[in-house]
Design a protein around this ligand. Sequence first.
Ligand code: HPA
Ligand code: MG
Length: 221
Amino acid sequence: MRTEESENDRLAPVFVHDEPKYFEKEAHLYPPEYEGHFESLVMTAETIRSRVRDLAAIIKEDYAGMRPVLLCTLKGACPFYTHLTDALQDLCQGYDMEFVRASSYEGTSSSGNVIVSGVKPESLQHRHVLIIEDILDTGTTLAHLVPHLEDVGKPASLEVCTLLDKRLEEPKKYVAKYVGFSIPNHFIIGYGLDYNELYRDLKDIFIISKEGISFDRSNLH
Ligand code: HPA
Ligand code: MG
């Protein structure tokens, strides 16, 4: 039997401290149009990959004998979803794949309006559903999405696995069961996370610079 304490330890996120991480430009791969757009490093692709494998092992343990529906939230969670499902394959853990579009963000602030689309309720019915998220910020998106899916999909269970959880002053509107990393409160980009649809195509995660925020993308084709 696991005690509550050991269960909390088992599910504890990796803590990324507040101090900025300086980085050697040469050590990172990124498209040339992003030059000067990173303020500091949050985590490398290797750090992400290693934690994703740990999360897969925890999920395999918890879903033993089940075939969960892994519900990817588009577009941000795509890289995380790809690497997590790959790690689950290595562990011979089966799953079904579904995708949902849910967003509450415009620019760098949460708008509070959540739009859900793209998932058929029948695909969730009586199933163990695990939502795969890139980032948990205020929790606005999940606080709408989770009850909505429970209501229309009637799943047997519904949990959330988020790669990142931003540390905020105020309480969150939703708390996820599985969390990869607890991160400081900055606007970050990379590994699926965007700023106005840029930077999803980065392997690593960075804090965006002022230059990145004010970049005019209209001459990129
Ligand atoms: N970056 C990108 N998208 C986000 C963030 C962030 O820091 N927080 C919530 N959505
Ligand atoms: Mg976004």
